[in-house]
Design a protein. Structure first.
Length: 111
């Protein structure tokens, strides 16, 4: 479930995460402080602002990573790790960009 696959809707969302789930509901109140209250996971996964906004890239790649953690056996992160790493990376743009890149690499290597 690489993020581009999610945005093209070729694969459906895992049953554990309904399509209407919001970033703040799934990632917690700390995510609510940074992102819109009504931002859904599907909207986050389809964003294309990561080049100019490290936090947009973080939520996009974290969303793809979370969905991959549920849907792909052998994915290198468990769901709880994705959630924890997103919250930890929200401390700075540098941390957000670094973690987004780590999730991007894992997401691109999904089979």
């Amino acid at each position: 479930m690489h993020s581009s696959v999610l945005s093209s809707r070729k694969e459906s969302c895992p049953k554990m995460v309904p399509e209407k789930s919001t970033v703040s509901n799934v990632f917690g109140s700390r995510a609510f402080e940074r992102y819109r209250e009504d931002l859904t996971l599907m909207e986050a996964a389809s964003r294309n602002e990561e080049a100019e906004n490290a936090f947009a890239g973080l939520v996009k790649q974290s969303t793809a990573a979370l969905l991959n953690s549920y849907a792909r056996k052998g994915y290198p992160y468990a769901a709880w790790e994705v959630k924890t790493l997103l919250i930890r990376a929200m401390v700075s743009e540098k941390a957000a960009a670094f973690q987004a890149h780590q999730f991007l690499l894992a997401n691109q290597n999904c089979t």
